[in-house]
Design a protein around this ligand. Structure first.
Ligand SMILES: [Fe+2]
Length: 285
């Protein structure tokens, strides 16, 4: 009995201790999420509570500036400076391309940079005053880029209207023939007062004139933009284009320019529309 009793008195506390441990373990398992909950609460409080700021800690957001202005570059000539001789001298071509056209590009880039700055600071008077410089130098860049590409050496097979069959047909339909077209174009070129450009354009507006050819002139460096007109070929009638060689013989310059018109380029512009005409300009961006 003593042993039994002893056994009972020894085994009961052990069983009780084991049950207690099990209870504690159950309790720990049941509330195992509590530390995680506390941690989550602390993290949420940290993230959601307003951060105290002082003057020195306040971050002033940088102004949102417009994109940097595009920078244009002088397009390379598709032929050598002396390639258009004897109709346009190497001296004229060198100065005309490397000096005159380069100046338009440089001034256009400067004007666009200033305009971008004026936009970022909300300087409206400066924005307005820069528009003439952008128009003049941008027009100079556009016009000369188109002009170089619609010229070629007289020896090239592209220098005859036969290289532009579709355009040639349209010219004949419009003016009655190549000779009549050239006469009308020369009259328009020689009628320009002061500096400007003569253009053969394709009308692409929505007035029912789609595809119609026309001869237009523009003053100074005004480009052929708007009115739905696609420049097909252009002739520079500024004195810098001919004076060193022809002096006051403007009519001789106009007569000789026909020897070096790149009709293949004109055909592409006629068939391709605005995108084809401006491709040479996009290439210089
Ligand atoms: Fe020019």
């Amino acid at each position: 009995m003593a042993n039994k009793h002893h056994t009972q008195t020894r085994t009961e506390p052990r069983r009780h201790s084991k049950e207690s441990r099990n209870d504690v373990q159950d309790l720990l398992k049941r509330f195992a999420f509590v530390p995680l909950l506390l941690l989550t609460a602390l993290l949420a409080r940290y993230l959601l509570s307003p951060t105290p700021t002082t003057l020195t800690e306040t971050v002033i957001p940088a102004p949102v500036l417009p994109n940097m202005a595009h920078q244009y570059s002088l397009p390379k000539l598709p032929y050598a400076y002396n390639a258009l001789e004897p109709h346009i001298s190497e001296q004229i071509m060198t100065l005309h391309h490397s000096k005159h056209h380069q100046t338009y590009v440089t001034n256009l880039n400067n004007a666009l940079s200033s305009y971008t700055s004026a936009l970022s600071t909300g300087n409206v008077p400066a924005q307005i005053s820069l528009q003439q410089a952008i128009k003049f130098n941008g027009g100079g860049h556009i016009n000369h880029s188109l002009f170089w590409a619609n010229l070629c050496p007289a020896s090239s097979p592209d220098a005859t209207l036969a290289a532009a069959p579709k355009l040639g047909d349209a010219i004949k339909r419009t003016w009655g023939g190549e000779a009549q077209f050239k006469e009308a174009f020369e009259t328009a070129l020689l009628g320009i007062q002061g500096s400007g450009w003569g253009w053969l354009v394709k009308v692409e507006n929505h007035t029912g004139e789609r595809g119609r050819l026309a001869i237009v002139t523009t003053k100074d460096q005004d480009p052929v933009v708007g009115k739905g007109e696609v420049p097909v070929l252009g002739v520079d009638m500024w004195e810098h284009a001919y004076y060193l060689q022809y002096q006051n013989g403007k009519a001789a310059y106009v007569k000789n320019i026909w020897n070096i018109i790149n009709w293949r380029t004109a055909e592409k512009r006629y068939l391709g529309g605005q995108d084809e005409s401006w491709s040479v300009l996009k290439a210089s961006m």
